[in-house]
Design a protein around this ligand. Structure first.
Ligand SMILES: Cc1cc2nc3c(=O)[nH]c(=O)nc-3n(C[C@H](O)[C@H](O)[C@H](O)COP(=O)(O)OP(=O)(O)OC[C@H]3O[C@@H](n4cnc5c(N)ncnc54)[C@H](O)[C@@H]3O)c2cc1C
Length: 382
């Protein structure tokens, strides 16, 4: 008799785990998603008006340095070559991100070489800050006031909804500057965008005789009795009906508009000034440079605190959240037959390749042990 497993959430976390367990031949998988489609926040769909492949929940660029993850995703779809290059509109003009040698030279009207630029940026930092306590301290220590105020202050405040003095220094752990002309946003070995979109990939991952998918169906904890084990990729606090309080998330509002031709000449442009209410504009036809479209579709992205009913996007993880998270983790550890997985289940910001990697790793662990030994979390949330 095959064991019956339920998976709440048909994003990458749930889909990859379902596939790996299904291929072992030992389990029947029932994957639920409360949305009407699979692929979670990576869902893509052709826009009816323009024909452009749209990333419905915000722009998604696939990148990874993990060989097994790159091989895995390529089994289920072809990727087009794509390198993410982001621009920043600041009060002093438009610059290249992440801050690199071109940004430094153009922002300061200089012609510095890499070693000169390293010394120059080093001289801008605030030396009086020895132990940075906040994001602001950290940025001032590394980059000085002009870079901080033009590139980071307004954007960070809009993105997180709090003063950067209230955010932990750890958000800006490393020096966010390159001393060469490399403007590739990611430092990963592989990068690309799927030719047929992410949803087609997730549909193929889930296409296995041992996997049954129910979209438009919420998995509720009361359904647990029907299954030998449950993997849950929804919000951890939601699973417990928020009984200890709500973990804070940032949510996003997308304002769609269409134009003819090329609206902004780049897939993603960040708006760093506090006076501009949105954080960025993405123009989705530029994610598929191998396609031709006369019209174009763009999204202005606004950030807000997630309220009940809003889609939770980015975990805030401020100190109060971490204290509450610990309490939910204690509750979770006391449950049998339940594993929290993915971005919402473990209340961490994770890129797609990280979620896929964690589900591949978790599946390996599960296939080497019996369900009674399966862990409570794909990865410990803290
Ligand atoms: C704006 C934005 C941009 C991003 N850009 C990138 C990028 O460029 N590159 C990158 O690698 N990553 C990016 N990411 C991260 C990427 O979205 C995540 O890594 C990925 O979605 C995580 O997959 P997941 O399966 O954990 O969660 P999700 O994709 O959120 O899937 C979880 C699913 O579970 C469902 N669900 C929840 N509770 C229940 C329930 N009780 N019953 C049934 N279904 C339920 C939800 O409806 C959802 O579909 C971005 C994220 C955001 C928010």
């Amino acid at each position: 008799m095959k064991k019956k497993i339920a998976i709440a959430g048909a994003g990458f976390a749930g889909a990859v785990l379902a596939r790996e367990l299904a291929e072992s031949g030992q389990y029947d998988l029932h994957v639920f998603d409360e949305r009407k489609h699979v692929a979670g926040n990576c869902h893509t769909k052709r826009d009816e008006e323009t024909g452009v492949m749209v990333h419905e929940y915000g722009p998604h660029i696939f990148h990874t340095s993990r060989e097994d993850v790159w091989e895995y995703i390529n089994r289920f779809g072809k990727f087009g070559q794509y390198v993410n290059r982001v621009k920043a509109v600041t009060a002093r003009g438009v610059f290249s991100l992440p801050i690199n040698l071109l940004t430094i030279n153009q922002f300061y009207g200089k012609k510095l070489t890499p070693p000169q630029a390293r010394d120059f940026v080093g001289s801008l930092g605030d030396r009086q800050i020895t132990e940075p306590k906040s994001f602001e301290d950290q940025a001032l220590k590394f980059l000085g006031r002009e870079f901080y105020e033009n590139f980071f202050y307004g954007y960070t405040k809009k993105q997180w909804g709090v003063e950067p003095t209230e955010l932990p220094a750890s958000i800006l752990q490393r020096l966010p500057v390159r001393f060469n002309y490399d403007d590739n946003y990611y430092a990963s070995k592989y990068q690309g965008i799927p030719l047929d979109g992410y949803t087609a990939i997730v549909e193929k991952i889930l296409d296995h005789p041992a996997i049954h998918v129910s979209v438009g169906t919420r998995f509720s904890p009361s359904m647990r009795g029907d299954y030998d084990h449950v993997f849950y990729s929804g919000p951890m606090d939601g699973f417990f009906d928020f009984k200890l309080g709500r973990l804070q998330y940032r949510s996003l509002v997308f304002e769609k508009f269409t134009e003819t031709g090329d609206y902004q000449g780049n897939p993603v442009i960040n708006y760093c000034e506090e006076s501009v209410p949105y954080t960025r504009i993405s123009e989705h036809k530029h994610f598929t440079p191998w396609e031709t479209h006369e019209q174009t579709v763009c999204f202005k992205e606004y950030s807000k605190l997630a309220e009940p009913g809003d889609t939770p996007y980015y975990p805030l993880r401020l100190s109060d959240d971490k204290a509450l998270l610990q309490k939910y983790m204690d509750l979770a550890e006391n449950e049998d037959g339940l594993t929290f997985i993915g971005r919402l289940g473990t209340y961490r910001y994770l890129d797609m390749h990280m979620v896929i990697g964690e589900s591949l790793d978790l599946a390996k662990t599960c296939l080497q042990t019996s369900p009674s030994e399966w862990p409570t979390f794909s990865q410990k949330p803290m």
